[in-house]
Write a protein that binds this ligand. Structure first.
Ligand code: GLY
Ligand code: MN
Ligand code: MN
Length: 440
């Protein structure tokens, strides 16, 4: 049977009501994700659409939510029929009747009734709220329904003449995490933190990157996470200087660092942690210099995660520490403002310091406000703080720094009191890393 967070059903219902209130009038159409074929008759593990899930809590494929706002406000689920033959092969399905009762929809119908019912639901509505452009096959189907309504013009039935992107409304809602979401995100973060600590303890020179991947995946699944939240990066030595390295198939060498960027998905919510540590358990002097610099940049950035600051303040703080460090380590030349303004730091730090985190690892939500300014941080927003330094061999770089790639990434929630580091249980100081690795 599909597990669903029963304690959150009232919250899912209230999200639908909030969206209906924002629509004022019109119809919203929100399909879930399609199943994806891996090859022949094998599928990728199914992952629901985050918008659909956010508004329903319903995890089955072949489902679509309709919200009607105006004189009558209602939520309608279309889902797969009960089917004993298919359920013997693929498992439980709710069917419309049980889904309506269990998930609190006003109405529920078979997915097979979409083409019959949607033109009726769209008739005489002024506005359509739909994510046009997100999925070509749904676009074609929705267009077909609209055309059917338009063809009834002479009978006096009108079609919506305005289409709004429903994601814009839901993005703003998703940006502010509720107490329920924060609880799930804390648990997702704790599982990922334990997984990183385990990976650290199991690392030895001579093991393969994928052996360490197996160690944190073991911890993810053992603790109830349903999947990794994204493709894991397990990058020994020079591999860490490839930002999206994910072959994870090289041998770990004594004297190298190992960078692991991995997080899990628990009940839909992502964690996203990066830790970097020495394969042999002891930082070299050069590795330690760069590591302490990145850690200081991260601390400076986390200190800016509070409601007095805007989205970009943590990035600016991290950048300032890193750029000064690059000058001190003789990686960059010139003044701090010169290195920042010229962009010379980008040779070693070429990404930004974080992103929103939630149902998607790079979560929904605008980073700027309507006036084009960085948006203010507010309680309930959740983001990553992930500065790094990646030093490829180059003529302008002292050789002892070559192939050092370091990122330190934590998940942080903005609170009224400042910031809560959700991933605080993942070990990260030099002393703690060397100590846990010496004991393992
Ligand atoms: N793991 C994806 C990211 O750090 O953005
Ligand atoms: Mn991240
Ligand atoms: Mn990451």
């Amino acid at each position: 049977m599909q597990t669903h967070p029963t304690e959150a059903l009232a919250e899912f219902k209230s999200r639908r009501q909030q969206l209906i209130a924002q629509m004022v009038e019109g119809v919203a159409i929100i399909p879930t994700a399609a199943e994806a074929i891996r090859n022949r008759d094998s599928h990728y593990p199914y992952r629901f659409d985050s918008y659909f899930y956010y508004l329903t809590g319903f995890k089955e494929p072949e489902a679509l939510l309709v919200l009607v706002a105006g004189n009558e406000n209602k939520s309608i689920l279309f889902c797969r029929d009960k089917d004993m033959e298919r359920e013997i092969w693929d498992g439980f399905r709710y069917g419309a009747e049980a889904a309506k009762a269990e998930f609190g929809f006003d109405e529920a119908y078979s997915f097979n009734q979409l083409d019959e019912m949607l033109p009726k639901l769209l008739g005489n509505q002024t506005k359509l709220f739909y994510s046009l452009g997100a999925d070509a096959s749904w676009d074609a189907r929705v267009t077909g329904w609209l055309n059917q309504v338009k063809s009834q013009a002479r009978t006096g039935i009108s079609a919506p003449d305005e289409v709004f992107d429903v994601r814009k409304l839901v993005d703003e809602m998703r940006l502010y995490k509720s107490a329920y979401e924060i609880d799930v995100m804390r648990r997702s973060a704790n599982i990922a933190a334990a997984a990183h600590n385990r990976a650290m303890q199991k690392t030895r020179a001579g093991k393969m990157e994928y052996e360490i991947e197996a160690e944190f995946l073991h911890e993810f699944y053992r603790k109830g996470a349903q999947a990794p939240a994204y493709t894991s990066i397990v990058a020994g030595g020079a591999n860490a200087c490839t930002l999206h390295y994910n072959a994870n198939n090289c041998v770990l060498k004594d004297g190298d660092l190992l960078l692991i960027d991995a997080g899990c998905e628990l009940d839909g919510y992502a964690s996203d942690i990066t830790r970097t540590f020495p394969v042999n358990g002891k930082f070299s002097a050069a590795q330690k210099d760069v590591y302490e610099l990145v850690l200081a940049a991260q601390a400076a950035a986390i200190a800016k995660v509070n409601t007095a600051n805007h989205w970009n303040a943590p990035h600016e703080a991290a950048l300032e520490v890193l750029a000064q460090g690059f000058i001190d380590l003789k990686l960059c030349k010139g003044s701090l403002s010169g290195v920042i303004e010229s962009g010379d730091y980008k040779q070693f730090y070429m990404h930004r310091t974080g992103h929103w985190l939630g149902l998607d690892v790079h979560d929904a939500g605008e980073y700027k406000n309507k006036a084009g300014a960085w948006r203010q941080l507010e309680a309930g927003m959740t983001l990553t703080v992930e500065p790094g330094c990646y030093i490829r061999p180059a003529d302008n770089v002292p050789e002892h720094f070559w192939n050092i790639g370091i990122r330190i990434e934590d998940d942080v929630m903005v609170t009224t009191a400042g910031a809560e580091v959700l991933t605080k249980n993942a070990i990260k100081t030099v002393v703690d890393i060397e100590s846990i690795m010496a004991k393992s």
